[in-house]
Design a binder for this molecule. Sequence first.
Ligand SMILES: Cc1cc2nc3c(=O)[nH]c(=O)nc-3n(C[C@H](O)[C@H](O)[C@H](O)COP(=O)(O)O)c2cc1C
Length: 194
Amino acid sequence: MLHVFAHPGLSSSRINKAQWRAAQSVSGITSVDLYAENPRYTMDIEAEQQRLLNHDVILLQFPLFWYSCPALVKEWIDLVFEHGFAYGEGGDRLKGKLLMLAISAGGPQEAYSHKGYQHFTLRTFLTPFEQTARLCQMHFPAPYVQHGALSADPAPHARGFSRLLEGLRDDRLDMDRALQSEILTHDTLPLIES
Ligand SMILES: Cc1cc2nc3c(=O)[nH]c(=O)nc-3n(C[C@H](O)[C@H](O)[C@H](O)COP(=O)(O)O)c2cc1C
């Protein structure tokens, strides 16, 4: 599995830094720090595409910024998910793979509803990612989420993230439940015990 991590201000991060550190002790996965690898937003598109081809599960981890991803994640998708590679004529190289998001959001869960102050559900904000996956014929399970990220204790979310990575690596994520869920959290991870 390929774990692509993106945070432009890692030194001040609590949640994502704890997750990133937890991921480092999970064996048998490829973890990539996108900002560390591409500080000038330059990208080796062929190498990035090859990395995608080498893995069946692609997990993108980032903090929610203005209801979307940090800029480098957008750049990565724009450049790497090319026509003829990811979609369009002859573009089925990602077909059947799984694209999953792991996201932290400052707003509390109740804010992300029609009656809440964010006015829309988190899944509504994430529809560009969901439809990108669909266009590329990829599966898109519910995202792994930490709400209230500015005050939440990072430890349970980071521990859950390790369990999620191990579950994805070992094909133990209950895909039916993950596809049907709205979001997944550290205490609602549908993992099949080994
Ligand atoms: C530029 C910027 C934009 C943000 N936009 C949102 C947002 O749209 N919705 C939200 O819930 N939180 C938003 N936040 C809060 C971040 O999601 C939050 O700081 C982050 O998830 C915390 O994770 P960290 O401890 O790893 O930095 C934003 C923060 C920044 C710096």
